[in-house]
Design a protein around this ligand. Structure first.
Ligand SMILES: C[S@@+](CC[C@H](N)C(=O)[O-])C[C@H]1O[C@@H](n2cnc3c(N)ncnc32)[C@H](O)[C@@H]1O
Length: 197
């Protein structure tokens, strides 16, 4: 079971000092944003089989919120590239599959871990601070893994959609967003992207 651990915030900051662009934030997601992502994930997997994949799970704030909403741990797979953060996740979560690796290689990672069906992908990746070619690789990988109609759930702090227009157009993605969470610091918006059925 997850435990609240202040050491998680210290580790997150330490990894940010080392890799600020791939971490994208100085501290883990706030509770309100984590809960909004979890609620969106729950509504997205209704009536669907398969795993919920969390990309860039960090210290597991969104993971904890998803478990608290009732998503079964054995339906969850966490992908985290940073070895120290992946080790932290292994120490704190004993139910979800913890996959250490690069989200850009999602299809291969899922195959290696025998995850054959995906219900939704929830991303904590800082898409807007990653290089364009990396974002392209990750988003293509996500939609290779997702069946038509199933969603990529992605938050952003800015006013623009977190998946760039050219990518949305080339993959024929339809985006929708919830209300801005003003009480999150900084205020955030949860988006969903999907390829229509
Ligand atoms: C903004 S943090 C979010 C952490 C956590 N989901 C949260 O909301 O607190 C981004 C996380 O994505 C991870 N990350 C960045 N690029 C990645 C990639 N290509 N594949 C997997 N994880 C990645 C970072 O190591 C970091 O843990």
């Amino acid at each position: 079971m997850p435990t609240a651990e202040p050491a998680g915030t210290a580790l997150f900051l330490k990894r940010w000092l080392r890799r600020p662009l791939t971490m994208g934030a100085v501290v883990p997601s706030g509770r309100l944003l984590a809960e909004a992502l979890a609620r969106t994930a729950v509504s997205e997997i209704e009536g669907r089989d398969g795993h919920v994949i969390e990309l860039g799970a960090g210290t597991g704030e969104v993971t904890k919120a998803m478990l608290a909403t009732g998503i079964p741990a054995e339906r969850m797979a966490l992908v985290e590239r940073d070895p120290e953060l992946a080790a932290f996740l292994r120490r704190h979560f004993d139910g979800p599959a913890i996959i250490e690796g690069d989200a850009a290689r999602l299809a291969r990672l899922l195959q290696m871990h025998e995850v054959d069906k995906v219900a939704a992908v929830v991303s904590g990746l800082p898409l807007l601070s990653l290089p364009a070619e990396v974002v392209t690789g990750i988003v293509h990988g996500v939609f290779e893994a997702l069946p038509r109609g199933a969603a990529l759930v992605q938050f952003t702090y800015g006013p623009a959609p977190p998946v760039p227009k050219a990518l949305r157009e080339s993959l024929h993605l339809v985006g929708a967003h919830g209300r801005r969470i003003w009480r999150n610091v900084p205020p955030a918006v949860v988006w969903t992207f999907r390829r229509p059925q």
